[in-house]
Design a protein around this ligand. Structure first.
Ligand SMILES: [Zn+2]
Ligand SMILES: [Zn+2]
Length: 222
């Protein structure tokens, strides 16, 4: 049984998640830590719950999601998992953040590739990697069927979806990721945990998210 802990980090209120199970092992997803205090909040949660981080998972490479990668890999000496198509964005994260007058430590580029269909394991649990290009080419979801949870990064938000006007964004790819992949592959009783904003459920999103409503996407002929 996976426990999900959410943290809001940095000025963009990015969502970092710690997923743990009864074994005590956990994975840290998108640690957008930007201050010492935010790092301490994560460390405190890990220590208080006697957790052992074993992997750092990236839903994509944008700087607001990887700001604390160096902090996490230094603190727990764990490998970083990212889709190969977003490695370039990861490499540019420090330079990109400087455009926003934000200073981050270079994330480790010594990464492990994850692709759609892969299983990422920790403790007694397993997360399926689902490739959802659109927001970036290497955007992925992390989905657990037995626990009915899905970490959706900046692909799917409560009531909205991620932007596609940034470099490497692709609105057509986003449409097919939302419909072909998310609507058709993620069971409707799944709880979703986005990269920004509150959590939701697929039932709720199918009813109210304009990007997932049938009458919207049928118009795009997808
Ligand atoms: Zn993003
Ligand atoms: Zn983001």
């Amino acid at each position: 049984m996976i426990t999900v802990k959410q943290f809001y980090f940095n000025d963009l209120r990015e969502c970092c998640y710690v997923l743990s199970d009864e074994s005590g092992e956990c994975v840290i997803v998108d640690p957008g830590i930007s201050t010492k205090r935010e790092g301490e909040r994560l460390q405190q949660y890990i220590a208080e719950n006697n957790l052992k981080p074993v992997k750092l998972l990236c839903t994509h490479g944008h700087f607001d999601h990887v700001m604390g990668n160096r902090f996490v890999t230094d603190a727990w000496n764990i490998p970083t998992y990212i889709h190969p198509a977003d490695k370039n964005i990861l490499k540019m994260a420090k330079a990109t953040s400087q455009l926003f007058d934000i200073h981050i430590e270079d994330p480790s580029l010594d990464t492990v590739d994850i692709n759609g269909g892969d299983e990422v394991k920790f403790g007694n649990s397993s997360l399926k990697v689902i490739s959802t290009p659109g927001h970036t080419r290497g955007s992925v979801l992390f989905y657990s069927s037995p626990d009915k949870i899905c970490i959706t990064g900046d692909t799917l938000f409560a009531g909205s979806c991620g932007r596609t006007d940034l470099p490497e964004g692709d609105s057509k790819a986003m449409c097919s990721s939302l419909v072909d992949i998310i609507v058709r592959q993620i069971p409707h009783d799944t709880r979703i945990y986005p990269g920004h904003g509150p959590e939701s459920t697929m039932v709720e999103e199918l009813a109210h998210n304009p990007y997932l409503r049938k009458d919207t996407w049928l118009r795009f002929d997808i």
